[in-house]
Design a protein. Structure first.
Length: 500
């Protein structure tokens, strides 16, 4: 089916009256014989999008050949992703599901939506997506063989480099996302690679060094960001805390393993993030073999201007695929310490900094949108399958220990003891408009209404509890908080009410 789409020639139509206006585009096409006006039907544009996203030739080459800009190509990709399979009956496709699968692969490969979001939306597994992508790649490889500019030595060199340094499975994964035959695809073994320093006009970068062994991680990500063209793909890897434990033989010895990993956590996880021990730590270790969580690694990437497309564990290493979408934020004061200041919405929509003991990995704040888009919300009202929270973080949350620093916000007059939860902008935009208006009228609090009312921590239960509280607060502004405070204390002490 894909091969037929790639090879099919669609007749040019001179009379646009036979078609809807929105399926035509006029543009000037450059050629050695001068400039001409060409009409393109939707099928023509579709063929160009398929060819470009398939990687038979680069998008820049297609744009030069067709006399269009990359912006126009991007818009055509957007238009292609918006259509339904039934709207493409003029294309010779076996079934609507074929074109739907193909659209899903294109959406993932173009980076418009993360693979996790696509799998959740389409109710398919990650492996199913990769299977569809591999079928697509098989056609792409055939087109590469036919294309006159195909440089087989470049492709083979990159294949040997990746397979030799990592694994054949890694090469297959990388090959799913970038065109390794392109001279603009850069494969580097070390973060200090000379090629990374002098090469310009880079479309894709594959880094085979563990991020754990990079001295200045963010500076390295920022450097790659500066080298990549807009929309360029960066693929790299890191060893997560979980994978490291599984690799260590001492993990199988019950008592000793707990002692060993506790000491290692203090030395390799805490000392590098404390201001007065950071310099000594890096002087000794040179930044090698640093402990990194999946959340911190991906969060750093987002902070450095990348959008997460996909990630997968292969042979104990987490390989990530990210797309450059903007310049880095250059956060000069990232939050590492035990107390974290969270940006939350206060009264009248004012952003306030709410203090809590850290229960998430560093840089987790940058992953809020990704987690919600990929997994949605759990029954508790918190993001589902949230890998940003370690076991000890969940323990602190259940006993309300993480909330204690919020008393400082109470002293500053930003929070009350009892009230609606201070929420993020991302959560706020997902709740009903009616609740948004009610929330803006009141100051948030430390103890939420659902605790005082002894309700469940599900999304609907929390929202209903907050609605009841806000309506009662408007009717009785002085007595409501007192009543809710003592009810909450009673439920926590005698009914063992715990945080959601």
């Amino acid at each position: 089916m894909i091969k037929k789409l790639l090879n099919q020639s669609f007749p040019e139509t001179e009379n646009p009256k036979n078609f809807n206006d929105n399926i035509f585009v006029s543009y000037r096409r450059s050629s050695p014989y001068g400039k001409t006006i060409r009409k393109l039907s939707f099928e023509d544009k579709m063929k160009i999008v398929i060819e470009g996203q398939g990687g038979a030739i680069t998008i820049n080459e297609i744009c030069a050949r067709e006399g269009i800009t990359p912006l126009i190509f991007h818009q055509w990709t957007q238009d292609f992703l918006k259509i339904n399979g039934n709207n493409s009956n003029s294309v010779d496709v076996k079934t609507p599901s074929d074109i739907k699968k193909f659209k899903i692969v294109i959406e993932g490969k173009s980076g418009e939506t993360s693979i996790a979001e696509i799998c959740r939306r389409e109710n398919i597994s990650h492996e199913t997506f990769l299977d569809w992508s591999r079928a697509f790649l098989e056609v792409r490889r055939q087109k590469l063989q036919e294309h006159s500019n195909f440089k087989n030595p470049t492709y083979q060199k990159n294949k040997q480099l990746i397979s030799g340094r990592a694994h054949a499975n890694v090469f297959e994964y990388v090959d799913n996302y970038i065109d390794l035959s392109s001279r603009k695809a850069l494969v580097v073994l070390k973060s200090n690679s000379a090629r990374l320093n002098y090469m310009a006009d880079v479309e894709n970068v594959v880094s085979l060094q563990r991020i754990n062994d990079v001295r200045y991680i963010n500076k390295y990500f920022e450097k790659i960001n500066s080298k990549l063209n807009d929309g360029g793909i960066f693929i790299g890897c890191l060893e997560t805390l979980t994978a490291r434990k599984e690799r260590k033989g001492i993990n199988k010895i019950p008592v000793l393993s707990n002692i060993y990993f506790s000491i290692e956590f203090i030395f390799k996880r805490i000392l590098p993030k404390v201001s007065f021990t950071k310099k000594s730590y890096f002087d000794i270790t040179k930044g090698n073999d640093r402990l990194l969580s999946k959340a911190e690694g991906l969060g750093r990437l987002v902070s450095c201007g990348f959008k997460i497309m996909d990630f997968k564990t292969i042979n104990g290493m987490l390989y990530f695929v990210v797309k450059k979408i903007k310049e880095p934020t250059f956060d000069l004061n990232p939050s590492y310490g035990p107390v974290y200041k969270m940006p939350r919405l206060g009264k009248n929509g004012k952003t306030i900094g709410v203090y809590k003991f850290r229960t998430m990995h560093p840089y987790s704040e940058y992953l809020q949108d990704f987690i919600v888009n990929a997994n949605g919300y759990a029954q508790t009202g918190k993001p589902a399958n949230d890998f940003r929270i370690p076991t000890w973080g969940k323990f602190m949350r259940r006993l309300w220990l993480d909330e204690l620093p919020q008393l400082y916000n109470v002293l500053r007059g930003e929070l009350k003891l009892v009230g609606i939860r201070p929420v993020s902008q991302r959560y706020f935009q997902d709740i009903p408009k009616e609740m948004q208006k009610l929330r803006m009228t009141q100051k948030p609090g430390c103890i939420p209404p659902y605790v005082a009312l002894n309700r469940a921590g599900s999304v609907m239960s929390v929202l209903q509890s907050e609605k009841e509280y806000l309506e009662e607060k408007i009717r009785s502004p002085f007595t409501t908080d007192v009543k809710y405070f003592f009810n909450a204390i009673f439920n926590i002490i005698f009914k063992h009410k715990r945080s959601a």
